[in-house]
Every structure is written in structure tokens, then in C-alpha cells.
Design a protein around this ligand. Structure first.
Ligand code: ACO
Length: 380
């Protein structure tokens, strides 16, 4: 998008609005760098606690540091009774899980230390995101809330609190790789929101509440559900071409394909497809995985035929759907689970923005009228 003659760029597309050491998105080469590591190098290996430490400290932890950091996070997982009560009220009202998350997160500042609250709040927010989502989920299913298990790692404990039993190693690893993969992604809308709020010298809870609100919007957090529906609608590999053609003929978009920044295959799709493969192999049922591969191949070929030169490739959401479905998460949990991963990245940006200290305050181009004359109410 080219700026008009006043420098206005709709959607700030291409505008550099911050400097960061957290992640680098190269949409033409299809590369994502997180904390200096290629995504595919680190996401399948690191624990989520390690990734979080990396982003917040700009280096990997030593074994002792990781053990201490993981312990600190685990000790902060339990929700205050007032927050739990609030989640119970929200669940009774049948609210969306992202609404539950946004409302409950707002209560987390109540116990923050008055002096130097940022480090405590950052850990508290990361530690409690899974507790809030799992509590809202269990209560909405008419089940009792499961207390966190401090012996389990962050990802495994999230599955434990959702399901009431400790997950297999393969399932915990599958979720951990997902959380690592979505932990940060340049200056996306929710991250920008968090940075703007911190730049006013506001607190971390306010920043994260705002970020959750931004992520909730369907243009940001939400295509994996429809992508999964599309795969189920296709059902069998030899129906893929006919179903996808009928969608494209009807002018519909294929969910899980195309991206504003990536013009080649989204590197996150590769990492998530690898994680999904390992998970489905461990379960001994490759049927859905194989169908998804076939749907992907057919979709990419048809998109080139229908939209030549547009470079519409597989995006992160397509394999998110397969992986999270393989972890038995319901579609309603996909966006809040994305938030469970992204909150560490949001906070990494909050920490950076705090150090930067510069108020983010761009200008608007005025396109309204001038010189209007006031008329009394009776004369309008
Ligand atoms: N299926 C069919 N056609 C598509 C698709 C698609 N998935 N994506 C783009 N196109 C077409 C558009 O219709 C347009 O065609 P036209 O110029 O003939 O009208 C052309 O390709 C370019 O599309 P844009 O809208 O300019 O692409 P943009 O960069 O704005 O959109 C987006 C990116 C929103 C992701 C788009 O590709 C899309 O809607 N994809 C499907 C939804 C999806 O998967 N969203 C998740 C994205 S990943 C994330 O946000 C985390």
C-alpha cells in the first residue's frame, strides 16, 4: 500500500512503528526468527518456560535459572478466589472464552506489589492464563475446576487442568511446540495494542487486557475453526478438488491459506505440521493427517489456478487446526489457547516498551469539514 501525499498508510501497512529483539518476520523468504533462533530450530525443542525466559532476557537460561524460573511460574498458577468466583459467574452467562479471559485477567493486578510490580505481574499473567481458560472451560462443561499441579510443566499442566488427568508426553510436547510457535510474531495488532498501552506508563495488566481484546477479533485470532470445518466438509481426499473448486467458483476464500506478510508457505505451518505428524503417529491414526496433506496440496494448486501470481500459500491457521484438534481441544478453545502462547510475547514487548519509554502517539490526518456555523437546537 503506498502512502497518499500526506504520508497516510491505511492499516499502517509496512510502517515501522517499533524496534524489537523479540522476533523477525521475513514474509518473502518465509522465515520467522524468535529471540535470534530460527523458529524450526527452537520451537520443537524448547520448553515454553525456556522460550519465555529467552524473550524476557534475550538469552537462554542456564539449567539452574530455568529450574528457578519454572518453579516461580508454577507457584503463581493458582487463581485468587475472587477471580474464580467471577469466572463461575461468567460461565453461567455462557460468554465466549475470550471474553472470560479478558474479564478475569483484569482482576490479576489486585495482589500486585506496589513497588516495582512489572516483574511479578509478567510472571503472574503468564502463569494464570491457562488457569483462567481451563477454569472457564470446565465450569462451562458443568465440571469442577481442577487445581494446577506444580510438578507439571506449563503446557502439560494446561492440558491437565482442562482434562483432569496428566497428558502423555507426546500430547504435552505437541501443545508445547504450538505455544512456542505462536509466542511472538512481529508487530501484530494485539502486540501493538499492548505496546501502545505500556507506552503511556500504564500497567502490564491493562496492556494485556487490551491485547486480549485485540486478539479476540476474527481478523486476528480466528481462522483455524473454519479451516477445520472445511477439512471435515471435504471428508475424503478424492473429494478435495470438487469441494474446493465449488468454494472458489462461489467466490469464497479457502480458510488457512493466504497471508498479508507471507508470500511463501508460512514457516509456522511447517513446524506445526511436524508437531501434528508426531502427535497423530503417537496416536496410531494418520487418516486425518493424510487427508489434510492432500487438501493442502489441492488447495495450493487451485489457488494458483484461480488467483495466478498471488502466491496464496498455507498459513499458520491450517495446521493449528489439525494440531489442536489432535490434542482434543474443541474449536471454542483455539483462540484462548493462542492467547496462552502469545501472552509471553506480549509481555516481552511490554518489557521492551517500558525500557524504550517513549509515548506512542502518532497523528491523524483530518478529513472533516472546517468552518461550520453553530445552530441552536431549535433551528437544526
Ligand atoms: N482463498 C481464496 N482467495 C484468496 C484467499 C484465500 N484464502 N486469500 C486471498 N485470496 C484472494 C483475494 O480474494 C484477492 O483476490 P482478488 O484480488 O481477485 O480480489 C487476492 O487473493 C488478494 O487478497 P487480499 O485480500 O489482498 O489478501 P490480504 O493480504 O489482504 O489477505 C488474508 C490476507 C486475510 C489472510 C486472506 O488471505 C484470507 O482471507 N485468507 C483466508 C482466511 C485465513 O486463513 N486467515 C488466517 C490468516 S493467518 C493469521 O492471521 C494469523
Amino acid at each position: 500500500m503506498t502512502p497518499d501525499n500526506n504520508g497516510y498508510v491505511p492499516g499502517l501497512e509496512g510502517v515501522i512503528a517499533a524496534q524489537t529483539r523479540n522476533s523477525r518476520v521475513d514474509g518473502l523468504a518465509g522465515q520467522l526468527t524468535i529471540g535470534g533462533f530460527a523458529l524450526e530450530e527452537i520451537a520443537p525443542r524448547a520448553s515454553f518456560e525456556e522460550m519465555t525466559f529467552l524473550l524476557w532476557n534475550d538469552r537462554l537460561p542456564t539449567a539452574d535459572e530455568l529450574a528457578a524460573f519454572s518453579q516461580e511460574l508454577a507457584a503463581l498458577r493458582e487463581l485468587p478466589p475472587a477471580t474464580l468466583q467471577l469466572i463461575e459467574d461468567i460461565a453461567a452467562k455462557d460468554l465466549d472464552y475470550m471474553d472470560a479471559l479478558r474479564i478475569a485477567v483484569g482482576t490479576l493486578g489486585l495482589q500486585a506489589p506496589k513497588i516495582d510490580p512489572d516483574p511479578w505481574l509478567a510472571k503472574r499473567l503468564v502463569a494464570t492464563f491457562p488457569s483462567i481458560v481451563a477454569a472457564a472451560w470446565r465450569l462451562s462443561q458443568g465440571e469442577a475446576v481442577v487445581a494446577p499441579d506444580p510438578k507439571l510443566g506449563h503446557a502439560a499442566n494446561y492440558l491437565y487442568m482442562l482434562e483432569g488427568q496428566a497428558p502423555s508426553e507426546a500430547r504435552a510436547r505437541g501443545l508445547e511446540t504450538y505455544l512456542n510457535t505462536v509466542i511472538d510474531h512481529g508487530l501484530n495488532a494485539s502486540t501493538f495494542t499492548a505496546r501502545v498501552i505500556v507506552s503511556t506508563a500504564s500497567d502490564f495488566v491493562s496492556a494485556i487486557v487490551g491485547a486480549v481484546g485485540a486478539l479476540k477479533g476474527p481478523l486476528h485470532g480466528g481462522a483455524p475453526g473454519p479451516a477445520l470445518d472445511m477439512v471435515f466438509e471435504i471428508g475424503e481426499a478424492d473429494k478435495a478438488e470438487a469441494v474446493l473448486r465449488s468454494k472458489l467458483d462461489a467466490g469464497e476464500r479457502l480458510m488457512g491459506f493466504g497471508h498479508r506478510v507471507y508470500k511463501v508457505r508460512d514457516p509456522r505451518a511447517e513446524v506445526l505440521s511436524g508437531a501434528a505428524r508426531a502427535l497423530y503417529e503417537a496416536d496410531g491414526d494418520m487418516e486425518l493427517y493424510n487427508l489434510v496433506q492432500q487438501v493442502e496440496k489441492t488447495a495450493v494448486a487451485l489457488l494458483e489456478e484461480y488467483k495466478p501470481g498471488r502466491n496464496l500459500q498455507t498459513n499458520v491457521e491450517f495446521y493449528t487446526a489439525l494440531l489442536l484438534h489432535g490434542l482434543d481441544l474443541q474449536i471454542a478453545l483455539f483462540s484462548p489457547t493462542f492467547a496462552v502462547g502469545r501472552v509471553s510475547g506480549w509481555l516481552a514487548h511490554c518489557i521492551e516498551q517500558r525500557a524504550d519509554g517513549r509515548l506512542i502517539r502518532p497523528k491523524a490526518q483530518y478529513v472533516g469539514d472546517n468552518g461550520r456555523q453553530w445552530k441552536a437546537l431549535a433551528e437544526r
